[in-house]
Design a protein around this ligand. Structure first.
Ligand code: FES
Length: 146
């Protein structure tokens, strides 16, 4: 093989290797159809359930999960603003989030994404806010809907 033929062959081989490498790299950096941090577990479209505040989530920081929604007591008092109800599936990859009373925010145990009590992303990798649900209280009955 002549020198020019060798270099030409080497160039084609190198180009093929680069194409393969770039294809592999683009997969790992692919932000996905939702711009990155997208969930494959969409929030429940409609929920409606009740809690008895005489028996459930009585202390700040306590939570209950039902129908794909996590409700957390974020303050004392049986008024709607003392509670936050959001989708339980993290918008990054769908792990069930927790509520941290010390941080006052929802935290994902998988990759540490954090969300406000309104569901807004504070820290990624999640980029999409949690869906927030309505909370109303009648007597000692709390209703989550939305
Ligand atoms: S699943 Fe990755 S941060 Fe929640």
């Amino acid at each position: 093989m002549k020198r020019n033929e060798f270099i030409s062959t080497l160039g084609i081989g190198l180009a093929a290797a680069c194409v393969g490498c770039l294809a592999a790299c683009s997969k790992s950096d692919d932000p996905g159809p939702t711009g990155g941090g997208g969930t494959t577990n969409p929030p429940p479209a409609a929920v409606s359930f009740t809690l008895d505040l005489n028996n459930e989530i009585k202390a700040v920081g306590e939570t209950k999960t039902s129908g794909g929604v996590i409700i957390a007591r974020i303050a004392t008092g049986n008024v709607a603003t003392s509670f936050s109800a959001v989708q339980v599936a993290c918008t990054h990859e769908g792990t069930s989030i927790n509520f941290s009373a010390t941080q006052g925010r929802f935290v994902c145990p998988s990759h540490a994404a954090t969300f406000t009590t309104s569901g807004a992303v504070i820290n990624g990798p999640a980029r999409i806010n949690l869906k927030k649900y309505n909370v109303s209280i009648t007597g000692s009955t709390l209703t989550v809907s939305g």
